[in-house]
Design a protein around this ligand. Structure first.
Ligand code: GLN
Length: 500
């Protein structure tokens, strides 16, 4: 299977699974594939990469299942000797002495590191405009954002400069950029993929997952990501194996549509609702039943998330003190050095979250904010459990809008936070959810989200595969074309690789 307009022209139009098959038939070598992607990554016009590998990797082992298909990795995964900056100036040029477990696992399976991708600073954001290294541009329209915080990974996969990529999702950061770039993004069940070596944002929510051009590739990458890791005490592994999705029908599948996340008043764009409803009709034609379901507390998810995630972030980010690693700004004495290092090293959004988090954890307010948000989180998890008694999956649009223009929401944090209205509930509940491209609105991709109970990844992938085959989404709009090039540098900041 190929993605793109002119499948024969270029190795980079192949999905990872198709490339593995082609290498099995000796049509080209893994070194040729790596060289093709490396050239595309070096030439990337979207500011999607912060670092690209120089050296071709060792050839993969004869029986390596991923056969040498290279992998783009979000900047916040530690990679030994390679800049791992989490999109932040405070970690500029930080080269860790070790590699994240999941990156190691994938390399061992035959997916070598191609490059590190741009992201919102410490994964805080929905548009990639919070990166200290400049925004990433959306390959469908370079005047627009790719979504965030895994925007570099999403843009690279959509534009053909990476076959597949790793992202992380705390409240939507894999699913939302996947939707805005017209690719597949999967947030696994919390705990299935090790967080060891992932630079932390909110530890009880952060999950690594695949960003790929199709559902088959998502399954293939995830298969080699999951597993218990003694170096991460919240890691639980996956019961059984992730299989290759093959379902063609949705016979017997019950889809629940939560009024709370899709109804009037939620503010989902008309064009997004249109493709959502068309996909529901398609699901019915494949044999699914579609009925309304209730998630009574879901409308409070965003409020709870913006107490809990900043609280955890304020604690996790206390380690950047100019002493152990990263930037250090001397200012006469210890406290002066701490203050100056942190005030110069962190960007505005990160500072906002640290302030919010520190406030909600302070003794006088703990019960009113943090404690209450934790109770809301429990209610949301219970809502999903109750829904899954009657439904196989809960479905929503992934993002309320298509990709918006660069700069459109930067002055209004609340309008930015609303991007994750439909993705945050699943994060709080710790359950898996996938976004697949399901059409275009105003010429830009929309995403369809399917969420299931913990460890239902195989069922989700199967249902997503059946839908994907029926939808037949064409991702060619993200590939190089003159209309897109006309928008180059249309954003408030031209792409750049050095911190602002
Ligand atoms: N956009 C959300 C935030 O800014 C989610 C980010 C994420 O999932 N990492 O927190």
């Amino acid at each position: 299977m190929t993605v793109g307009r002119n499948p024969s022209s270029d190795l980079t139009t192949l999905t990872a699974a198709a490339a593995i098959d082609a290498m099995g038939r000796a049509e080209f070598t893994s070194a040729e594939l790596f060289a093709a992607y490396r050239a595309a990554a070096v030439a990337d016009p979207l500011n999607a990469y912060l670092w690209v590998a120089d050296d071709a990797p060792e050839p993969p082992a004869e029986d390596a299942p991923l056969a040498g298909v290279p992998l783009a990795v979000k900047d916040l995964f530690c990679t030994e000797g390679v800049p791992s900056q989490a999109g932040s100036k405070i970690l500029e040029n930080y080269r860790p002495p070790y590699t994240a477990s999941v990156v190691e696992r994938l390399a061992a399976a035959g997916a070598p590191l191609l490059g590190k991708t741009n992201q919102d600073e410490f994964a805080m954001g929905s548009s990639n405009e919070n990166s200290a290294f400049g925004p990433v541009l959306n390959p469908w329209d370079r005047g627009r954002v790719p979504g965030g915080s895994s925007g570099g990974s999403a843009a690279a996969v959509a534009a053909g400069s990476a076959p597949w990529a790793l992202g992380t999702d705390t409240g939507g950061s894999i699913r939302q950029p996947a939707a805005l770039c017209g690719i597949v993004g999967l947030k696994p069940t919390y705990g299935t993929v090790s967080r060891f070596g992932m630079i932390a944002f909110a530890s009880s929510l952060d999950q690594a997952g695949p960003l790929t051009r199709d559902v088959t590739d998502a399954a293939l990458l995830l298969k080699h990501m999951v597993g218990q890791d003694p170096r991460d005490c919240t890691s639980i592994g996956f019961p059984g194996e992730i299989g290759r999705p093959a379902a063609r029908s949705l016979e017997g599948i019950r889809l629940g549509v939560p009024e709370e996340l899709t109804g009037e008043g939620v503010g989902i764009d008309a064009g997004v609702l249109e493709t959502f409803n068309a996909t529901l009709k398609l699901a019915e034609s494949l044999g699914a039943t579609v009925r309304p379901c209730r998630l009574p507390h879901a409308q409070h998810a965003l409020s709870a998330y913006y107490v809990l995630a900043p609280a955890e972030a304020s604690s996790n980010l206390a380690r950047y003190d100019g002493v152990r690693y990263g930037a250090r700004v001397e200012n006469g004495g210890l406290v002066g050095m701490y203050t100056k290092t942190r005030s110069q090293g962190f960007g505005t959004e990160v500072k906002r979250r640290i302030m919010l988090g520190t406030y909600s954890l302070s003794s006088g307010y703990y019960d009113a904010y943090y404690g209450r948000a934790q109770r809301v989180r429990t209610k949301i998890a219970e809502d999903f459990r109750a829904a899954f008694a009657d439904f196989d999956f809960v479905v929503t649009p992934t993002s309320p809008t298509v990709a918006f223009e660069l700069g459109a929401k930067t002055a209004d944090p609340l309008s930015m936070y609303v991007n994750d209205y439909c993705t945050v509930p699943m994060s709080l509940a710790g359950i898996p959810a996938i976004s697949i491209p399901n059409g275009l609105s105003e010429g830009l991709p929309t995403g369809f989200q399917l969420a299931g109970p913990a460890f239902s990844e195989n069922a989700i992938l199967d249902a997503a595969f059946a839908l994907e085959q029926a939808i037949g989404f064409d991702g060619a709009g993200a590939l190089e074309r003159p209309e897109a090039r006309a928008h180059q540098n249309a954003g408030p900041d031209a792409p750049r690789r050095t911190p602002k």
